[in-house]
Design a protein around this ligand. Sequence first.
Ligand code: GTP
Ligand code: MG
Length: 181
Amino acid sequence: HIKVATMRKDVRILLVGEPKVGKTSLIMSLVSEEFPDEVPLRAEEITIPADVTPERVPTHIVDYSGTDTCTSLYDETHMACIAVLMSMPQASPKVLIPLLLNVLILLSCHRVPLILVGNKSDLVEHSSMETILPIMNQYSEIETCVECSAKNLKNISELFYYAQKAVLHPTGPLYSPEDKE
Ligand code: GTP
Ligand code: MG
């Protein structure tokens, strides 16, 4: 019989961010549903089987080591979605924008949706969406933004769900009328 799932593409999510923002911890927290005390520099690529994802598509999650050179990002341009991470305590446009611009320049031809992620929200007193939102509003390439914590597992599964959605049901710049002309 025909499996509907085979008609859908896989989702590949790449986590990018400055060193130590928590990329590897986030992946490990998702997988083990608990915060790992120690993590390797880079997590092995993981695949979440279709039947346990909300959108029913196989989802691959790829860690990007902050110690890699920027050029190795080129190798990852077959990604379906890029999650750009920052650490909430240090989050500011000044820290984030150079990284974001690098990612945008590298991916400008590939129309890969971006998600902006503020990790370590457990370390800040109140919501830092006022830091993230203005950055998101400035860059139409950013599909959505989310505040999370690998430590207390806040918004971890949601983050990967938003990433799936950004790939499978893109909105905004990917389908903007200007682009179709
Ligand atoms: P590199 O691979 O070296 O670029 O770092 P990374 O972005 O993979 O960060 P990593 O997961 O290694 O975490 C860096 C440090 O932040 C570790 O000490 C983690 O325990 C800590 N950390 C990660 N996520 C959180 C979080 O949500 N809350 C808090 N409080 N600490 C976190
Ligand atoms: Mg890491």
